[in-house]
Design a protein around this ligand. Structure first.
Ligand code: SF4
Length: 334
C-alpha cells in the first residue's frame, strides 16, 4: 500500500498557517491524495484542492494551477527527489510503497547465480527508495558485490528518472548487471537503453523478475527508425513543452538554427500536452521534434516522425553523414 507522509504535510500547515493548499501527484496516487486532502480540511478547516491534471514528476509541478487557485502551498506528492522544496510554495512529500521485496529479491539472487555476475547495482524510482538497503543486504547474502550509484542533481543515490540515469550510467564499467526494484518498465527500460547492460526488473507484487533488454532493444529500434523517417522532411515542427520543468526554449532555438543551416524549414510550436491528436492538426510539416519530455517521442505513437532532443541531434548528424550509434547511451536524454 502507498503511504503518504501526512505527518510532514500537517507540520508544514501547522507552522505556515495557509488559508488554502493544493495537492497533486501521479494518477495512481489520486485516491490516496483524496484522503489526504479530506484529512487536511477536517484537521485545519481550510480548502485543500486536488489538481487532477497529469503530474509526471518534479518536471511537471502544475504551479500555474496553484497560481490560478491562489493557494499558498502546493504539496507535490510521491516524487521523492533530493530537493525538499521548489521555492517557497512547492513542498515535495514522500509516498512510499510498503510492499516487501524479500521473496522476489531472494528468488532473483538465487537464479542469477547461473549467470556468473559478480557485481550488481540496484536502482529504483521514488516509491521504493526506502527498500534499497534491505534488498542490498539480501543480494550480499548470496555473495554478490552490490554498488549503489551516487545521485546527482535531483536524483538520490540509486534513483533514476525516465530520462536521467546518473546513478546507473556513472558506474557502468564497474557492474555486470542492474537490478531495478519495482514494477516500472518505463524506468527499467531506460536503464537498459542508456547502459546496454543486462537489466532486470523485480516485481514485488507478482514476485517475478524479468530481463528487460529485449524490450529496450525494440524501443531503441523504433527511436532510430523515426530518425531515418525524418531525414527527408522539408518542414519540421519544433515543439516547446509548456510544463515548467520541461521548458526548453533555448534548446528549441538552437535546433531551429541547426536545421535551417541544413536547408530545413522550421516552425516553432508551444504545447502543454504533446499528443498525436494535438500534433496531427498542424499542416505542411513532415516531422516533429519535441524538446519537452524525451519519453513522449520514444514511447508514444505519432502519425509523423516525432523526435526527442537526442534523436534530433542524431538526425542532424545523419544529415551531415556522421554516424549516430550510441545516441541514447548518455546519462541524460534532455
Ligand atoms: S522522463 Fe519525462 S516525465 Fe520523467 S522526469 Fe524526464 S521529462 Fe519528466
Amino acid at each position: 500500500m502507498m503511504l503518504i507522509d501526512e505527518k510532514r504535510i500537517h507540520e508544514v500547515i501547522d507552522s505556515r498557517k495557509p488559508h488554502s493548499v493544493a495537492l497533486n501527484g501521479p494518477e495512481g496516487l489520486i485516491p490516496r491524495i483524496q484522503t489526504s486532502a479530506a484529512n487536511i480540511t477536517e484537521k485545519f478547516g481550510i480548502p485543500a484542492y486536488i489538481i487532477g491534471d497529469t503530474c509526471w514528476g518534479s518536471c511537471d509541478l502544475n504551479t500555474q494551477a496553484a497560481d490560478i487557485l491562489g493557494v499558498e502551498i502546493l504539496f507535490n506528492i510521491g516524487h521523492t527527489i533530493a530537493n525538499e522544496t521548489f521555492g517557497e510554495r512547492v513542498i515535495m512529500i514522500n509516498a512510499y510503497d510498503d510492499i516487501s521485496f524479500d521473496r522476489v529479491a531472494r528468488k532473483c539472487a538465487s537464479s542469477l547465480q547461473n549467470e556468473n555476475y559478480k557485481t550488481l547495482s540496484l536502482l529504483t524510482d521514488s516509491q521504493h527508495l526506502n527498500q534499497i538497503g534491505n534488498v542490498k543486504e539480501i543480494f550480499e547474502e548470496y555473495g554478490y558485490k552490490v554498488i549503489i550509484g551516487k545521485g546527482k542533481g535531483q536524483l538520490n543515490d540509486g534513483q533514476v528518472f525516465g530520462c536521467e540515469f546518473y546513478p546507473a550510467f556513472d558506474i557502468q564499467n564497474l557492474v555486470d548487471a542492474y537490478i531495478f526494484l519495482g514494477q516500472s518498465r518505463f524506468h527499467s527500460v531506460s536503464v537498459a537503453m542508456s547502459t546496454e547492460k543486462p537489466t532486470y526488473m523485480l516485481d514485488p507484487y507478482f514476485e517475478e523478475y524479468s530481463q528487460i533488454n529485449k524490450i529496450a532493444q525494440m524501443f531503441k529500434k523504433k527511436a532510430i527508425l523515426s530518425i531515418y523517417k525524418a531525414m527527408d522532411a522539408r518542414g519540421i515542427g519544433i515543439i516547446i513543452g509548456l510544463k515548467e520543468g520541461q521548458f526548453a526554449k533555448i534548446q528549441a532555438l538552437k535546433l531551429k538554427k541547426l536545421f535551417e543551416q541544413l536547408g530545413k524549414r522550421v516552425q516553432l510550436i508551444a504545447m502543454t500536452n504533446i499528443t498525436n491528436d494535438h500534433v496531427r492538426i498542424f499542416k505542411g510539416l513532415d516531422a516533429f521534434v519535441e524538446v519537452a519530455c524525451p519519453r513522449i517521442a520514444i514511447d508514444d505513437h505519432f502519425d509523423k516522425p516525432m523526435l526527442s532532443t537526442p534523436q534530433a541531434f542524431a538526425l542532424i548528424k545523419l544529415l551531415k553523414n556522421e554516424p549516430i550509434e550510441d545516441l541514447l547511451k548518455i546519462h541524460h536524454w534532455l
